[in-house]
Design a protein around this ligand. Structure first.
Ligand code: SF4
Ligand code: SF4
Length: 69
């Protein structure tokens, strides 16, 4: 099963991946901060189809990648 893999401490919480995901399966953490004090993105747990749009829209090289399952 495809899923995004997030390194939350590399994430700047910019939300580009959230906006890019047509399946709406990403969100910024409402109540959790990473080591830099930013709200990182998180996977809602279902709906990923492995399209890679989150990866291609992320400006941070190591923040998000996709396991195509
Ligand atoms: S791979 Fe596609 S469906 Fe999965 S989280 Fe990224 S943008 Fe969304
Ligand atoms: S994973 Fe990348 S695109 Fe998504 S919020 Fe974090 S830094 Fe922004």
């Amino acid at each position: 099963m495809a899923r995004p893999i997030i390194d939350e401490d590399c994430c700047k919480g910019c939300g580009r991946c959230v906006a890019a995901c047509a399946k709406k399966c990403l969100e910024l953490s409402p109540d959790h901060l990473n080591a830099a004090g930013l709200k990182p993105v998180r996977y809602k747990g279902e709906g990923c189809v492995g399209c890679g749009l989150c990866f291609y829209n992320c400006p941070e090289p190591y923040a998000i990648k996709v396991d195509r399952g």
